[in-house]
Design a protein around this ligand. Structure first.
Ligand SMILES: [Mn+2]
Length: 251
């Protein structure tokens, strides 16, 4: 088992960005990175996971794991991929689950691509953490796939797989957000919903995806940034969020 929690120092050279579920949308990402003037020598890009399945270029998105500027956490689709290859037991999936969730690309790749996947890319997927924490104290932020409501201490070991299941699958938090009590703010990424409880005490800003939403949502320190890019194939649904900009929107 890889380390489930990865800690990284703050970026003292450039900017940090977080991108929502990619699901094979490599070209959309490339054009977003050009648009923001992403500098791979200084800037870093964090992914909330779900790199493959559903969209046009699953392998291309998995190949991002080779880039020194690209950091990702495992989502439920990473766990599904590992389950298909019998590399990970998960609470939520069986080995064929991926074929009910957009994994058909696995049946059409060439023998060379399959070789690349098994020998180079899957070991990288297997090594992904479930949570990344960047920086220290007030300046820190977390990245996870679905939600981070377990204690960070609980993430260091997960003998039953329940912690991973909650981190990659849970929709308990997002279901607490109801339109009767929310407030709306404008951002360059469209409307941001501030819930009745935008912050959780002693919980740093946490970027998550997993649930495709029409608007950004802030609830209990979680900023939900998955715009459902694969379904729209449109840049405006793939949010590549500058962490420092996000702090100003939610403060
Ligand atoms: Mn997901």
């Amino acid at each position: 088992m890889s380390d489930m929690h990865q800690r990284l120092p703050a970026n003292t050279l450039g900017r940090d960005f977080v991108v929502g579920d990619l699901h094979g949308c490599l070209q959309l990402l490339r054009s977003k990175l050009v648009g923001i003037g992403f500098n791979p020598d200084q800037d870093r890009l964090f992914s909330v996971g779900d790199l493959a399945d559903r969209g046009p270029d699953s392998l291309g998105c998995l190949r991002l794991l080779r880039e020194p500027w690209f950091y990702a956490v495992a989502g439920n689709h990473e766990d599904m991929l590992l389950s298909y290859f019998y590399l990970r037991d998960t609470v939520c999936h069986r080995p064929d689950s991926i074929f009910h969730n957009g994994g058909d690309w696995l049946t059409t790749i060439t023998p060379e691509e399959r070789d690349e996947l098994e020998n180079d890319l899957l070991p990288r997927v297997l090594a992904l953490p479930y949570v990344i924490t960047v920086g220290q104290e007030q300046a820190s932020f977390h990245v996870a796939h679905a939600e981070l409501m377990v204690s960070l201490d609980a993430i260091s070991s997960d003998p039953t797989g329940q912690v991973a299941a909650e981190l990659t699958w849970s929709r308990r938090l997002i279901r607490q957000v109801t339109s009767e009590t929310w407030a709306e703010r404008r951002t360059p990424h469209g409307t941001l919903i501030m819930s009745h409880q935008p912050w959780e005490p002693n919980h740093a800003l946490t970027f998550v995806g997993h649930t495709p939403l029409k608007m950004l949502v802030m609830h209990r320190s979680h900023l939900f940034i998955d715009g459902g890019a694969y379904a729209h194939q449109d840049e405006k649904h793939l949010h590549v969020v500058d962490v420092e900009d996000a702090r100003t929107w939610v403060s």
